[in-house]
Design a protein around this ligand. Structure first.
Ligand SMILES: *Cc1c(COP(=O)(O)O)cnc(C)c1O
Length: 504
């Protein structure tokens, strides 16, 4: 956007070029003597040309990234109401502990006798996860929720193969997160959708109609993506088990029930836990997550390598099939090493500093916050489902009908108001969905201010005051982008503009 200043910057917000436009190839911020280029040492592979890395001095590089970071939004900057994503405060105590050299500097190939403390920490985190979920086993290596889903589904596949059966279908409710059908498909299953009835919970009759001897698993999120607790979960588990299938729970919403409900008591066979959601480890921007998978006794033997064991010689990671204890039949492994150590430290720090009662309180406060938002806004916005919600408040576009304002316009105005937008157009079962997850981190004052902004926006939209909405955001470094074109035709490689050749 062109700005009415001489510099192109606006106040303390800087316009920033791409690093390739800033830097000059061949320039470097460090003073190294010329390297003697040796001949192809990589078995015949030889560099054919320059790779054109931009050269910047240290202050130039620092400024570039600081300026970019100031165009960004973060939980440390303000309320981040992105539904389903659980953007809660990341306690600084967790960061302090994760930076202790004994955890931060361990190498994954260090001899195990030298990292007994790190292994003990993983074992303690496993104990917390199995205790909180009431499940006997947990696989720690998956590196995100989606990776955990894949791990859980591959465990189920191995168990079915071990039974000598052929089951090809996985049932997924219409309201599920997109990663559920993706994980099942990736593991080689056909996905069959279970319809969502108008009440926003799984319809037992359509589930019953879909179950059969070829069904491997039913995947359910509870509380579900509409922010509702699946009250029939015990009956659902019984139906799924009766037909010989496994009950997979998407545990991304565990932060609504942790400390109150144990998924093991609900008949769950496998569930991933997003440590970066429920247990406050940082996420977003593609940073590291962690998605451990808890398993029922029936699935535990098929958990992937490595296995962590404790005997008279101390803690030990079993890396090979040949070394596994009697009865274990690991399906394979999910990644090179044992998982995200830094996230394990942060998650355990969160658990130990909260205690079981504190974790329960966090869940209750998250639910309370969401219900406060729902109750404060449902007279001016529209809620598709009756009654209270769990940890996220769901609205639809009904209140915008006839105003000429869309869910997208509404979300984009929030950027001008200093907020990250809520999740929009998800879950798909609700038209023009707006999913708000305030989490337990926000004070009542912070929620009141947020509610005031949304109320005013809704009232203005209904009063025909559209100026605010047209083309929003107006105050962000970039105006509204063509997101469809960006995802359909992504430009992933920078090309140097054709500059006129300088005179020789
Ligand atoms: C976040 C989320 C996932 C995926 O987790 P990632 O860690 O982002 O891979 C799956 N299901 C639901 C309901 C989620 O909210």
């Amino acid at each position: 956007m062109s700005l009415p200043t001489i510099s192109g910057d606006r106040g303390l917000d800087h316009e920033e070029k791409l690093i390739f436009e800033l830097g000059r190839a061949g320039v470097t911020g460090v003073d190294l003597s010329d390297v003697k280029v040796s001949d192809a040492r990589l078995s015949g592979l030889r560099r054919r040309g320059t790779i054109g890395l931009p050269g910047l001095s240290e202050p130039e590089a620092v400024r570039h990234y600081v300026r970019l970071s100031r165009m960004n939004y973060a939980i440390d900057a303000g309320l981040y109401p992105l539904g389903s994503c659980t953007m809660k405060h990341n306690p600084r105590l967790n960061e302090k502990l994760a930076r202790l050299p004994g955890f931060a500097d361990v190498h994954p190939l260090a001899p195990q006798s030298t990292v007994q403390g790190a292994l003990a920490l993983i074992a303690e985190l496993m104990r917390w996860l199995t205790t909180l979920t009431g499940m006997p086993a947990v696989a720690m290596s998956p590196k995100a929720g989606a990776h955990g889903e894949l791990c859980g589904i591959l465990t189920i596949r191995a168990a079915i193969e071990a039974r000598g059966e052929k089951r090809t279908r996985v049932l997924v409710p219409e309201s599920a997160h997109g990663t559920n059908p993706a994980s099942a498909t990736f593991a080689g299953f056909t996905v069959d959708e279970v319809k969502a009835p108008p009440e926003g919970r799984v319809d037992l009759e359509s589930l019953r109609g879909k179950l059969g001897p070829d069904v491997a698993a039913f995947m359910l999120t509870n509380p579900n993506t509409c922010g509702l607790f699946e009250r029939d979960v015990l009956e659902i588990a019984a139906m799924v088990h009766k037909c010989g299938a496994y009950f997979y729970a998407d545990g991304a919403n565990f932060n609504a029930i942790a400390g109150r409900v144990r998924p093991g008591d609900l008949g769950v066979d496998a569930m991933h836990i997003n440590l970066h959601k429920t247990f406050s480890t940082p996420h977003g921007g593609g940073g590291p997550g962690a998605g451990p998978v808890v398993l029922s006794a029936r699935l535990a033997p098929f958990a992937p390598l490595p296995l962590l064991v404790h005997d008279e010689k101390g803690f030990r990671l079993i890396e090979n099939r040949a070394d596994v204890p009697e009865g274990a039949k690991p399906f394979g492994r999910m990644c090179a090493f044992h998982g995200q150590m830094g996230m394990f430290v942060r998650a355990l720090a969160y658990m130990l500093s909260h205690g079981r009662d504190g974790i329960r309180q966090a869940s209750e406060d998250a639910v309370l916050s969401a219900n406060y938002v729902l109750a404060s806004l449902k007279d001016v916005m529209s809620a598709p489902f009756e009654g209270p919600c769990m940890h996220e408040a769901l609205f639809d576009e009904h209140f915008l009908h006839g105003t000429g304002v869309t869910t997208l316009d509404f979300a984009k105005v929030m950027i001008d108001e200093g907020y990250h937008p809520m999740t929009v157009y998800f879950p798909l079962v609700v038209h023009g969905a707006m999913l708000i997850e305030p989490t337990e981190s926000e004070s009542k004052e912070s929620l009141d201010r947020f509610i005031h902004v949304l109320r005013t926006m809704a009232l203005e939209a209904k009063a025909g005051k559209k100026e605010r909405f047209e083309g929003a955001p107006r105050l962000a470094p970039r105006r509204r982008l063509d997101e469809t074109a960006a995802s359909r035709k992504p430009v992933l490689r920078w090309k140097a503009p054709d500059l006129p050749k300088a005179a020789e």
